[in-house]
Design a protein around this ligand. Structure first.
Ligand code: GLY
Ligand code: MN
Length: 469
């Protein structure tokens, strides 16, 4: 015990040296470039109608409790088209140049004004000057310049937005924030025009763009996946009966932070035994016992892009015969899904390939009598798009996969206690999830750094970890 503590202290002392070795600049400098965002704006402007306006709002700051806010996370569309990670900003895009505040162009952004008093509390912001220098958006103003008198939208005939579910256009807010104020100005102007204005959804156009990842985006998702695999491998090495679900989560997320990930891409799922059968179990409070399987569905977000990786591992380092049978069935289904992940095939072909294997296997094992019973044990779909969002936009079920699309392949089997099958299968919940880039010639597994086979996982659980001895 003392030896372990000494090892951890020594390691913590060496940690700063390790970090210096990894990063030589004061701050990370591997963000998407202004040219990337400019290219995305150019592509979406093409999809506007000649007299349409594309409207993108930054995310709002959300109150956690009293005077404490949630950690800020930018709206992903806004980030994709600007790179800016500040609140209270509005981006307007046009196909044909228009004049706003005496500036003529197709891109106008309104951002937070600098405020030395606020900045002493919460840190420096860029202001109009900083945004202009850093992000190279054509016309930059502060959001207080967006007023009824300065904004004239009389030439437009269509609005393109992707904000159906945002409360931003609500006129009933008790306290007016800058975003709602700007939204209300737009709303009032449109109403006053007294002419038919088309409300056009930008969802499909944005989904087409964001669904095909550019090389810079692939590099960030690969990095997020590699960091995630490091976390999964560390949990495999450290796992033992007597650990808690939250301790497994801590080891995982420690690895994320250690490697510069800003936060997990989604709430970490760490479920042991029956909790592994709850698809999005995030309570993570239970003791992990001898004989339990631990399902960890955890991944890092890196510079806006998230991975999504699941591993299922035995707490005592060895799968029981029943656990091994179910695990290998899920693995076979995953292999079939990965095999089906190719350019030119419909996206839902991936699910069909994995599902066929799971259904046949469950029926053969006598766990399910037929396909509709088998569905109870595999109640989710096999794949989703992955990128800025964990459940990203991109090709829909019937659409064809193309090179540059990134999807997850994540079949699972979940046999809760009380299920209709033999008791020996109860409490087994298995999901295996990897991040698959579709290429011109096939695919590439971006999360291949963490083992999937029974033999490799069992071998990794025997390796040493700094978190135990
Ligand atoms: N990792 C969570 C999900 O795919 O739903
Ligand atoms: Mn997933």
């Amino acid at each position: 015990m003392q030896k372990t503590r000494l090892k951890v202290i020594l390691w913590l002392l060496l940690l700063p040296l390790g970090l210096i070795a990894q990063q030589t600049t004061l701050y990370p400098n591997d963000y998407l470039t202004p040219e990337f965002h400019a290219g995305r704006r150019a592509a979406i402007k093409e999809r506007l109608s000649p007299n349409g306006v594309g409207i993108f709002f930054a995310s709002q700051v959300r109150v956690r409790n009293n005077d404490v806010d949630y950690q800020y996370a930018q709206n992903k569309n806004f980030y994709y088209f600007t790179g800016l990670e500040e609140s209270d900003a509005l981006l307007l895009l046009f196909k044909k140049p228009v004049t706003i505040l005496d500036k003529t162009g197709t891109e106008f952004i309104f951002v937070k004004k600098r405020d030395p008093f606020k900045e002493q509390w919460t840190g420096k912001i860029l202001g109009a000057e900083g945004v202009k220098n850093r992000y190279k958006i054509e016309n930059v103003f502060t959001n207080d310049q967006f007023t009824t008198n300065t904004i004239n939208l009389s030439s437009i005939d269509s609005i393109f937005t992707a904000y159906k579910n945002e409360a931003i256009f609500s006129k009933y807010k008790a306290v007016e924030d800058p975003l709602s104020r700007m939204a209300t100005i737009i709303d009032n102007q449109i109403t006053a025009l007294n002419k038919p204005i088309a409300n056009r959804s930008f969802s499909k156009a944005i989904s087409d763009l964001r669904g095909i990842k550019q090389p810079e985006e692939i590099a960030l998702i690969l990095k997020a996946a590699q960091i995630s695999c490091e976390g999964h491998n560390d949990v495999m090495k450290a796992i033992r009966p007597g650990m808690t679900e939250y301790q497994a989560q801590a080891i995982m997320e420690y690895n994320f932070k250690k490697n510069g990930s800003e936060y997990p891409g989604y709430p970490s799922i760490n479920g042991a035994a029956d909790n592994a059968c709850v698809l999005h179990y995030t309570t993570n409070l239970k003791l992990i016992k001898n004989g339990d399987l631990l399902l960890s569905d955890c991944a890092a977000e890196y510079h806006g892009y998230t991975a999504d990786v699941t591993r299922t591992i035995p707490a005592n380092g060895k799968f029981s015969p029943e656990q091994k049978i179910i695990y290998e069935l899920v693995l076979k289904a995953q292999d079939a899904g990965i095999e089906a992940s190719k350019a030119g095939v419909p996206f839902n072909g991936v699910d069909a390939a994995s599902r066929r294997v799971v259904y046949e296997g469950l029926i053969k094992l006598g766990i399910a009598a037929n396909e509709s019973e088998a569905r109870i044990y595999f109640p989710h779909s096999t794949s989703h798009n992955l990128g800025l969002d964990v459940h990203d936009v991109g090709p829909r079920a019937q659409e064809l996969l193309k090179a540059g699309v990134i999807i997850t392949v994540e079949p699972g089997i979940y046999i809760s206690p009380g299920s209709k099958c033999d008791k020996k299968w109860w409490n087994i919940g298995v999901r295996i999830e990897d991040d698959i880039l579709i290429t011109e010639t096939g695919n590439k597994n971006l999360s291949a750094d963490s083992p999937r086979s029974v033999a490799e996982i069992e071998k990794m659980t025997k390796q040493k970890s700094i978190f135990n001895n």
